[in-house]
Design a protein around this ligand. Structure first.
Ligand code: ZN
Length: 135
């Protein structure tokens, strides 16, 4: 009896799978590779809010709240790291070539008055201030 029921069930399941296959499921819409991560992120934020609320209304003890918060924050860190990982593995979208580091000061430029010299000096020949703020 049980075996009969079980095999009937198995057949039904198999039949179902085959029917679904036969229908040739359309490819799922290509979603952003972050979609599921964004959802998880949102869910974690929701949980954080819930925990905060429960803590405020006294349903969670201080310890429980901190535990929950810590756990959720860890989860969040994992999700964020995953997003980062995917982002860095994606073909970079038309990255502009890095502009020559303009911020880097020229070696022999006075940090005070901006005068330039073609040799390194301890003190500026223009304003007399030390050329290097940091040794
Ligand atoms: Zn100077």
């Amino acid at each position: 009896m049980t075996i009969a029921v079980a095999s009937l069930l198995a057949l039904a399941v198999l039949g179902f799978i085959l029917t679904v296959r036969a229908k040739d499921l359309p490819e799922p819409e290509p979603v952003s590779p972050f979609a599921h991560l964004d959802e998880r992120k949102a869910a974690i934020y929701d949980n954080l809010r819930d925990a905060q609320f429960e803590y405020r209304v006294g349903k969670l003890s201080d310890d429980d709240y901190q535990q929950t918060k810590l756990g959720l924050q860890k989860e969040l860190a994992v999700v964020m790291a995953e997003i980062d990982r995917i982002q860095s593995s994606l073909p970079a979208p038309t990255v502009e070539p890095k502009k020559a580091a303009k911020a880097a000061p020229k070696p022999n430029t006075c940090p005070n008055c901006g005068a330039q010299f073609n040799q390194s000096l301890k003190f500026c020949g223009e304003c007399g201030k030390p050329m290097r703020a940091r040794a």
